[in-house]
Design a protein around this ligand. Structure first.
Ligand code: HEM
Length: 529
């Protein structure tokens, strides 16, 4: 069976097409706008090293913010800080926009740091901002089709700019003590993950291009661009939080929620871009399809090994779920929880677990149903005869996997609403539950739709994302002791960094599913160009 496009060509679909185009145009405009804001930030920060009055202006703005006084006109703020701070001050309280425990600390630090650091960070923002301008149109199929030379030129410029911007960011990170980085250790680790991730995917995309594997080139580029989009999404997230933040909320607290979702969200935006492009591509001619499959035989073999290893991961996730959510009540039962998780978080978790037994059982039943059926599904689609999903027990397992994932999605949403807003007490609050719940519901629905339509290739691909959603929560209980054993300084553990790194890390499971999709039958079935 071949994968067919979801976007029909009849006139009834024209509204959907226009909506898609409008959304794409909005996304491109938001990206371009942030690219310009980043270039502006580079100029303002660079200027500040030659102009001591800028340091004084930022310090007095912080004092005004702490006193709850007006920060000045947006034009003034933009001239000595940047457009982002001006926008945050326009939509939110002065305290949130530029009070202590927030962006103000980085912006004041920028005015006092060594010249080499300011050159590195200004170069980074300038080059990364310019790269966004070149990258925004590259995923538009008509642009690639109608202007192949422009696509190549923009692509080359993008690659050079991105690589140089990442080198500049790495120099800055190496030269700056962790406590002077915004949000300190958690953000520092996240920035390194992004720097390495952007660099590796850039070179994987170049490698695929050299081997003329256009589908894989597009996939790695989509992931690469998705990771760069963390910069604008984070800033837009900060502005949104500034608008809705309750009285007294510090900007750093809002950031706990925004940066918690950032990296997995970037994987999913990359996946969305890549999948939309595949859905819009024509099917591969049958004669070529066999040749494509043949050239990816080593990947297919590796895929079978991964599917085999996954049986162990799924079994371990089931045991972990029973251990921590049936015999015990959540975070308190994590290894060394009293030392690694802030006391306020443990207390809140206990309250939520005790007050919502139905949600906990929904989560447990959903996880166990999903994981058990994932074992049958993976075995059936990978090792049985030709891996056909129409055999009765494999199809049944697919439906049960979708149902289990949907149950988990609903439970995560319930917990997310109960955890509520981020704060120093609740750390990232309900942000990660809401993000994970949304992913689980999306992939449960996509899997069910593909099964109902008999779209085998998509069903197989989306099942990996559903599985990633199911193993995410149990993986926290493995990640936390790892954080406890890396020799993290005590004051970072007390401030919640071990807990946050383990919690943020759990949803990186989604990147495994992304990598599978790069070499999936759904990708091979499309004629990439
Ligand atoms: C995804 C990989 C990226 C990495 C690893 C990275 C790294 C960094 C680092 C280390 C800082 C300094 C943080 C601090 O002082 O605490 C920074 C700040 C900054 N970055 Fe990036 N960055 C990335 C993407 C981008 C992109 C794509 C843009 C522009 C479109 C951008 C624009 C900026 C700007 C303007 C700042 C200055 C501070 C601010 O406005 O908040 N970065 N980045």
């Amino acid at each position: 069976m071949t994968a067919t496009a979801y976007i029909p060509t009849s006139s009834t679909s024209s509204l959907r097409k226009w909506l898609l185009k409008a959304l794409a145009a909005l996304g491109a405009a938001a990206t371009l706008l942030y690219g310009l804001a980043a270039i502006d930030a580079a100029v303002v920060n660079y200027r500040s090293t030659y102009d001591p009055t800028i340091a004084e202006q930022r310090l007095s703005m912080q004092r005004a913010a702490e006193a709850g006084q007006d920060l000045g006109s947006p034009g003034d703020i933009a001239s000595h800080s940047n457009v982002l701070v001006a926008m945050m001050a326009s939509v939110g309280t002065p305290l949130h926009a530029f009070g202590k425990q927030g962006l103000s600390e980085s912006w004041i630090h920028y005015t006092t740091m060594p010249r080499a650091n300011i050159v590195a960070i200004a170069m980074h923002s300038m080059l990364a901002g310019t790269a966004m301008l070149f990258g925004a149109l590259q995923f538009w199929p008509a642009f690639r089709r109608n202007y192949p030379r422009w696509h190549r030129g923009f692509g080359l410029a993008y690659m050079v700019l991105v690589q140089t911007a990442m080198i500049a960011a790495a120099i800055y990170l190496l030269r700056t003590p962790v406590h002077l980085i915004y949000d300190q250790l958690t953000f520092y680790v996240g920035l390194w993950v992004l720097d390495v991730g952007v660099t590796v995917t850039l070179w994987l995309s170049i490698h695929a291009l050299v081997r003329k594997r256009i589908a894989q080139h597009q996939a790695w580029m989509a992931l690469n661009f998705g990771m760069l989009l963390t910069a604008p999404i984070q800033r837009y997230g900060w502005i949104a939080f500034a608008a809705v933040a309750p009285e007294g909320m510090r900007q750093l607290e809002a950031n706990y929620a925004v940066s918690g979702m950032l990296i997995p969200l970037s994987f999913m935006i990359g996946y969305g871009l890549y999948t939309l492009n595949r859905l819009l591509q024509a099917d591969q001619p049958k004669a070529l399809l066999t040749r494509v499959h043949a050239s990816f035989q080593p990947h297919a073999r590796l895929g079978r090994v991964v599917a085999m290893v996954m049986q162990l991961v799924l079994a371990a996730s089931m045991v972990t779920t029973v251990q921590h959510f049936v015999f015990d009540l959540g975070l308190t039962s994590a290894s060394n929880s009293n030392a690694l998780i802030p006391h306020s978080v443990l207390q809140l978790d206990q309250q939520i677990m005790a007050s919502a037994p139905v949600t906990r059982w929904l989560f447990v039943l959903g996880t166990l149903t999903g994981l058990l059926s994932a074992m049958v599904w993976l075995w059936g689609t990978t090792f049985r005869s030709n891996g056909d999903i129409t055999s009765r027990d494999t199809a049944w397992a697919g439906w049960a996997l979708s149902l289990g994932t949907a149950m988990v999605g609903l439970a995560l949403w319930q917990w997310g609403l109960q955890w509520g807003m981020p704060s120093f007490t609740a750390q990232h609050g309900g942000a990660l539950h809401l993000f994970g719940g949304t992913m689980a519901l999306i992939f449960a629905t996509l899997l069910a739709t593909a099964l109902a339509r008999g779209q085998e290739n998509w069903a197989k691909e989306w099942s990996w994302f559903a599985i990633a959603c199911l193993v995410a929560t149990p993986s926290f209980f493995l990640l936390l002791p790892i954080m406890g054993n890396v020799g993290m300084p005590e004051h970072y553990v007390t401030a919640g960094h071990a807990y946050r790194l383990a919690a943020y890390g759990q949803w990186t499971s989604l990147v495994t599913a992304f990598v599978v999709s790069v070499y999936s039958p759904a990708t091979h079935a499309k004629l990439a160009r």
